[in-house]
Design a protein around this ligand. Structure first.
Ligand SMILES: Cc1ncc(COP(=O)(O)O)c(C=O)c1O
Length: 383
């Protein structure tokens, strides 16, 4: 039966090339791999996948995931153990879950300024007092953070995107990771490290997960299959110290529902066991670098010297600064009239610091659309 209700989150007007959505390419969705692993899993005929699962997540999947993560040079220098993993239904759910379990209304929490724009709404839902910390070319500005902490701020946690930041694309260097963890130890707060882009690197792996730098059980790392397999699976993991994993496992939500995404876990367990994940990640890395290069060339061709940006080393985004003082959000309507869209800089902050920035995504569209989109965008900003 036909329905008028939306099918997808993506909502793009006809004829518009929307370079704003941070979604993966539909063409690259691993339909055949999911089909193959689902059929294989269902062929076991023991219906385990249809029962309530274990609170921490499906045991065989946790073991498989621990092995897989241990083998990835871009993830951790240390062996990942199964008592350090908790299965979630994605990083978004994990953030909300952490707020539920580790905070009470009125607590202060820190976020990067700018940050992933949906996070602030989630934190507000929990009535938390959200405070921004400045960013620079190395991600979080640790001097600003230290200054705030020295002034008496007592955050429950800091939410950070240390690798291929959304929206700025920056990656926190190793020495900064060490200093951040020292500050968390000294001032006693957790670090929620949203590492959903950790595997989407182009030439070289980024510094490993922030958990590698943890010395006193402060780091809670969030992983997700949304960027490396498919967001529709709603599957992710928390990688942290065994005590916190136990806190998550003992939660009434995980117990009542029998894990947070049991059925899908049994499929992805099979998919990893069939060796289908690593090759898929390589395909994404290769294709997204190709698309980022196409976007880079078009930006150079159509914008000349009017903008500045750093070519991304991974992730999904170009964070573009207009040299001229202008407010990019004032150009959205005109952009849509000319058949293109983007995310204005002030979507990602409460301050006016990024009014003359915008975020473009290169993952959703094929190269020829990226070229056309950037060409249209240049017309929007031409005098
Ligand atoms: C930084 C960041 N965290 C989380 C998410 C959403 O992750 P998930 O699909 O695992 O909930 C996104 C999606 O764009 C993101 O950019």
């Amino acid at each position: 039966m036909k329905s008028d209700l939306p099918k997808l989150l993506l909502d793009i007007k006809d004829g518009v090339i929307d370079l704003g959505w941070g979604h993966p390419s539909a063409r690259l969705h691993p339909l055949q791999k999911i089909k193959q692993s689902t059929l294989s899993m269902l062929s076991y005929d023991h219906a385990e996948s249809l029962q309530y699962g274990a609170s921490q997540g499906y045991g065989p999947f946790i073991e498989t995931l621990a092995r897989f993560l241990s083998q990835q040079k871009g993830y951790s220098k240390n062996k990942v153990f199964s008592n350090q993993l908790f299965i979630t239904s994605g990083a978004s759910q994990a953030i909300d879950f952490i707020c539920t379990l580790l905070t009470v209304a009125g607590d202060s929490v820190l976020v990067e300024n700018p940050t992933y724009f949906v996070v602030e709404g989630m934190l507000n839902t929990h009535k938390l007092n959200v405070i921004g910390v400045n960013c620079n070319e190395n991600g979080l500005d640790l001097d600003d953070l230290e200054h705030k902490l020295k002034s008496g701020l007592k955050p429950k946690f800091l939410y950070t995107i240390p690798t291929f930041h959304n929206p700025t694309g920056t990656t926190m260097p190793s020495q900064n990771r060490q200093r951040l963890v020292s500050l968390a130890n000294k001032y006693n707060f957790h670090i929620v490290a949203d590492e959903v882009y950790q595997f989407i690197y182009f030439n070289e792996p980024p510094p490993t997960s922030l958990l590698d730098y943890d010395t006193q059980g402060k780091v809670i790392s969030l992983g997700s299959f949304s960027k490396i397999l498919a967001p529709g699976l709603r599957l992710g993991w928390i990688y942290s110290n065994p005590q916190l994993i136990k806190t998550f496992t003992d939660s009434p939500l995980a117990f009542s529902g029998g894990g947070l995404n049991h059925f899908t876990s049994t499929i992805v367990n099979e998919l990893i066991g069939m060796n289908l994940l690593e090759s898929h990640i390589h395909e994404l890395q290769h294709e997204y670098l190709r698309r980022a290069t196409v976007m880079d060339n078009s930006l150079k061709q159509y914008f000349d010297n009017s903008i500045e940006y750093i070519f991304p080393k991974g992730g999904y985004y170009f964070w573009i600064k207009f040299i001229e003082k202008l407010n990019t959000s004032n150009f959205l309507d005109k952009a849509e009239e000319l058949g293109v869209s983007f995310r204005p800089g002030n979507f990602f902050t409460h301050t006016s610091d990024y009014d003359n920035f915008l975020r473009l995504t290169y993952t959703l569209y094929e190269p020829y659309d990226l070229v056309e989109g950037v060409k249209r965008l240049s017309k929007v900003f031409s005098k």
